[in-house]
Ligand binder design. Sequence first.
Ligand code: ARG
Length: 463
Amino acid sequence: MTEQSSNQMWGGRFAAGPDAIMEAINASIGFDKRMAAQDIAGSRAHAAMLAATGVITDSDAEAIREGLLTVLSEIERGEFQFSTALEDIHMNVEARLKEIIGEPAGRLHTGRSRNDQVATDFKLWVRDQLDAAESGLLALIRALLAQAEAGADWVMPGFTHLQTAQPVTWGHHMMAYVEMFGRDLSRVRDARARMNECPLGAAALAGTSFPIDRHMTAQALGFDRPAANSLDAVSDRDFALEFLSVASICAVHLSRFAEELVIWSSAQFRFVTLSDRFSTGSSIMPQKKNPDAAELIRAKVGRIFGANTALMMVMKGLPLAYSKDMQEDKEQVFDAADNWMLALAAMEGMVKDMTANRDSLAAAAGSGFSTATDLADWLVRVLGLPFRDAHHVTGSLVAMAEKKGCDLPDLTLEDMQSVHAGITQDVYSVLGVDNSVNSRQSYGGTAPDQVRAQIARWKEMLP
Ligand code: ARG
């Protein structure tokens, strides 16, 4: 390996530069350049504070401010030359600042360290992603509400064990996902509120002897307060772990809905038709329309939860305070965030575009003896049978219908009475699927009135 000159940022005590392999394992610029805007925002806040507290002069602060704006615009225009020798985004920005403004650039790093700098940048980045997740979730919830409203009283089979259980309404099924994504939304908001403390000014680990004002930088960067303990501030990655945990739970919800869309869009079910915009064709089978977006959303939980596991393992057992292990946090979070946002947007698009096939839903709702529970309940309510006996009588009637190859409402009154003599014509009033769903008026139940109440409650709560 050829010897290079030592690092211009920290090489004072070094006679030789790093081995190429050292540089390769050490550098993070290949990925942490995504935090350039956050890094520059943090430096601007820090420089302004250093001037306000008299640590640097106003004219140095002004030169730093203008220089940083130039660096930012170079990065935004794609003109910035990122250097691996300069390791990371923090030193790349500072080195370029020095080229532009000269000596005052060297004063920017007073009273701070890359340890509090990276924690601050990364928090700002994660905070932006929590805000993006909030918008994505709200848009998805709105799309689900529109589906629920359109089909509040459309009947479909409800399943347990993926076996037909009892009829439910389309609106009810959509609103179940609104509840899930609503809890994800509240987890996103909780995580944001908890993480919003500023690490800047914790310096390397112990704080600084300069008379800095951490409240001022915290406020300038939109944090609620400075982090209270400098050791914790530089070594905390809970905010990233919590982001990945929240993302993982939401990805699980997305995968469950995606799985249902895959099943529902199959020729065997035909419950929904996905739009052309969110489907793909097959290169060999001309008839195919594949639910690829749903399948990919179903799979995203793998990498998102993988990132969660990876960072948990990186952080496990790390002694205080900062260790370079923590540089492994970013790629996991970046990848998980990108894929979470994409999955949310794709799901919103699919839900907005999809058509529920009301007739197929209704036909399936009536099959599979889905109103057997209603029959048993009628035997209890009208004939006064204990539920266990009613369950038994109904089971015999289901067996009879199965043998005859018909559904429960197709059995004659004579058939019914051969199993239990007390059954009257009135029983047919509960055997229809619409009667069944309309009777489920308990709070949160599937009756269209209840579903409309759920929709109204959500509409009131949404911003
Ligand atoms: N690139 C580093 C990271 O992402 C920045 C902090 C480096 N701090 C240090 N003391 N070497 O973690």
